[in-house]
Design a protein around this ligand. Structure first.
Ligand code: GLN
Length: 454
C-alpha cells in the first residue's frame, strides 16, 4: 500500500486517480495486517486496489467523471466494492474514466484526459476507455489491480491499449447494485489486472448472488483460481471469419495467427466458425446503449444530487432542469441522450429501438449456435489497432471513435464473458491484446484458456 501511494504521488502526470484516499488506505492496510496476524487472510487480504469512479463508495466522491455529480457523496457502498473490502482489499482511491462510461479514450472525463504510461517517442497516447484510469493505474503500478466496467468494451479495450488483462464477466455474474448505470442491460463490472491469475482471484471476490440486483444470477461462484489447471487439451477454439475486417492491419492479423498457434501448441483445436450477424452489432449497440442511457440519466435533474445551475429571477423548474443538464453533461453524454431519446420516441421506436432489439437477438443466436456446435471459446483481436494519440480523434466524426468497439460490443449484446490478454507488441513497441469470448457462466474455462496466451 505504501509503495502504491508513493507511486501515485510520483505519477501525477498520468492523471489516473481522480480522488485519492491515502488515510483510508492506511487504515484498511492495518486492518488487513491484523487479519493476517490472526490467521484469517481471505483472497484479497491487503491487496491495494484502485476503484473506477463509476462505483459508489460510501462517503467518498463518486461522480462518474461528470460535472453533474460534483459533490455527490454516496451514503452507501456498491456490492462489488463491499465484497472486495470484505475479502480484505485496500482502497487507494477512485480512478478516472470517460464521463458516465461513454467513450473509448478517457478524454470525456471532467478531470481531463488520462495519459497511457506507454508512449512512442514523446507522443502521448490514450489509455483507452472508458476504464482508462483503471488500465493506466494497473499498467503503471499505481495499484495491484483495479475495478472496471464494460458496457461495450470498456474493460477489454483499455486493457489491450495498456498491456494488461481485462475480464468482462457473464451478464449477471457480478452485481450492478451501486454501480452508476449507463446501459443497464449491457453493463457489467469486472477485474483489470496484471495477470490472468490475478483476474481469476479478483473475479471470485467481486462476484456474488445479490438480492439487491434483480439481474444478479442465482448461481454458485466457482473457485476460479482452481480452474487454472493449464490443461486445455481437446478444447475447441473458433475463429469467426466475419471478424476479419477489411483494412485490418497485417500486424493484428499476424498476432491473431500467433495466438491461435499458442492455443494449438497447448493442445487445443482451432477451427473456423461463422457469426453472420456481426456487421450489425455496432449499429445495434449504438441504438440500444444510448436508449438505455437516456432513460438512466433522466434522474440527473439538478434536484436530487450533484450540480444545480444558478437560476435567475423568473426561472422555473424547467429552466432549472435544462440549464443544470446543459452545464453538467459533457458533449458526448448530451449526444447519447439525444440519440437515445430520438430512437425511443413514438414515431421512431419501431424503426430503431425495436429493430435493434431484434438484431441483438440474432447476434446472440449466432453465438448460441457456435457454442451448440461444441466450440468452447472464440478468439478475436480485442481492438482494431494499438493505442492512438491523445487528441487524435478530436474534431473527427464521433463514429470514428465508435469503430474502436467493433470487436467488443457483440459480447455485451449477447451477455457473454470476454477477456483481453496482452499477446505482443506492434512495430512501434505498443501492446496489442487478443480477446477470448466464452460460453455463458464459463469464466473458469475462459480464464484457463486465456492463461495459455500469457
Ligand atoms: N466505447 C463504448 C461506448 O462508448 C463502450 C463503453 C463502455 O463499455 N462503457 O459506449
Amino acid at each position: 500500500t505504501e509503495a502504491c501511494l508513493d507511486a501515485i504521488e510520483q505519477a501525477g502526470a498520468l492523471n489516473a486517480y481522480c480522488h485519492k484516499t491515502p488515510e483510508k488506505a492506511r487504515e484498511m492496510a492495518a486492518a488487513a495486517d491484523s487479519r493476517i496476524a490472526a490467521g484469517d487472510a481471505p483472497a484479497m487480504c491487503g491487496i491495494p486496489l484502485g476503484i473506477k469512479d463509476l462505483f459508489c463508495t460510501r462517503d467518498v466522491p463518486s461522480q462518474a467523471a461528470s460535472r453533474i455529480l460534483e459533490g455527490f457523496l454516496p451514503p452507501y457502498e456498491s456490492t462489488v466494492t463491499q465484497n472486495l473490502w470484505d475479502a480484505g482489499a485496500v482502497m487507494l482511491g477512485k480512478l478516472s474514466m470517460d464521463e458516465f462510461a461513454m467513450g473509448s479514450s478517457n478524454e470525456s472525463a471532467c478531470y481531463g484526459p488520462v495519459v497511457n504510461p506507454w508512449k512512442v517517442d514523446d507522443r502521448q497516447l490514450t489509455p483507452g476507455g472508458s476504464s482508462g484510469g483503471s488500465a493506466a493505474a494497473v499498467a503503471a503500478d499505481l495499484c495491484l489491480a483495479a475495478t472496471g466496467t464494460d458496457t461495450g468494451g470498456s474493460i477489454r479495450q483499455p486493457a489491450a491499449f495498456t498491456g494488461t488483462v481485462g475480464l468482462k464477466p457473464t451478464y449477471g455474474r457480478v452485481s450492478r447494485w451501486g454501480v452508476i448505470a449507463f446501459a443497464s442491460s449491457l453493463d457489467q463490472a469486472g477485474p483489470m489486472t496484471k495477470t490472468v491469475r490475478d483476474a481469476a482471484i479478483m473475479l471470485g471476490a467481486m462476484a456474488s448472488v445479490d438480492p439487491k440486483d434483480s439481474t444478479s444470477a442465482e448461481r454458485p461462484i466457482p473457485d476460479y483460481e482452481a480452474a487454472l489447471t493449464g490443461d486445455i487439451r481437446g478444447r475447441r477454439i473458433g475463429i469467426p471469419r466475419e471478424y476479419r475486417m477489411d483494412g485490418m492491419s497485417d500486424e493484428i492479423d499476424a498476432l491473431w495467427n500467433k495466438a491461435a498457434e499458442m492455443l494449438r501448441d497447448a493442445g487445443a483445436e482451432v477451427v473456423d466458425v461463422s457469426l453472420p450477424h456481426t456487421k450489425y452489432a455496432l449499429p445495434a449497440y449504438y441504438v440500444i446503449a444510448p436508449a438505455e442511457a437516456s432513460s438512466n440519466l433522466a434522474r440527473y435533474d439538478g434536484v436530487r444530487y450533484g450540480h444545480r445551475a444558478r437560476l435567475e429571477a423568473g426561472d422555473g423548474v424547467v429552466e432549472m432542469y435544462e440549464r443544470s443538464r446543459a452545464e453538467g453533461f459533457g458533449p458526448e453524454v448530451q449526444r447519447r441522450v439525444m440519440i437515445g431519446t430520438y430512437v425511443l420516441s413514438a414515431g421512431f421506436y419501431d424503426a430503431y429501438y425495436n429493430r435493434a432489439r431484434k438484431v441483438r437477438a440474432l447476434i446472440k443466436r449466432d453465438f448460441d449456435q457456435v457454442f451448440a456446435d461444441g466450440i468452447d471459446a472464440i478468439l478475436t483481436p480485442a481492438t482494431p489497432s494499438a493505442a492512438f494519440g491523445l487528441g487524435e480523434m478530436s474534431g473527427k466524426d464521433p463514429v470514428e471513435m465508435y469503430l474502436n468497439d467493433v470487436f467488443t460490443v457483440t459480447v455485451n449484446l449477447a451477455g457473454l464473458p470476454g477477456i483481453s490478454v496482452p499477446v505482443g507488441l506492434d512495430r512501434q513497441g505498443l501492446p496489442l491484446g487478443m480477446q477470448l469470448i466464452g460460453r455463458p457462466w464459463d469464466e473458469g474455462n475462459l480464464l484457463n484458456l486465456a492463461q495459455s496466451l500469457e
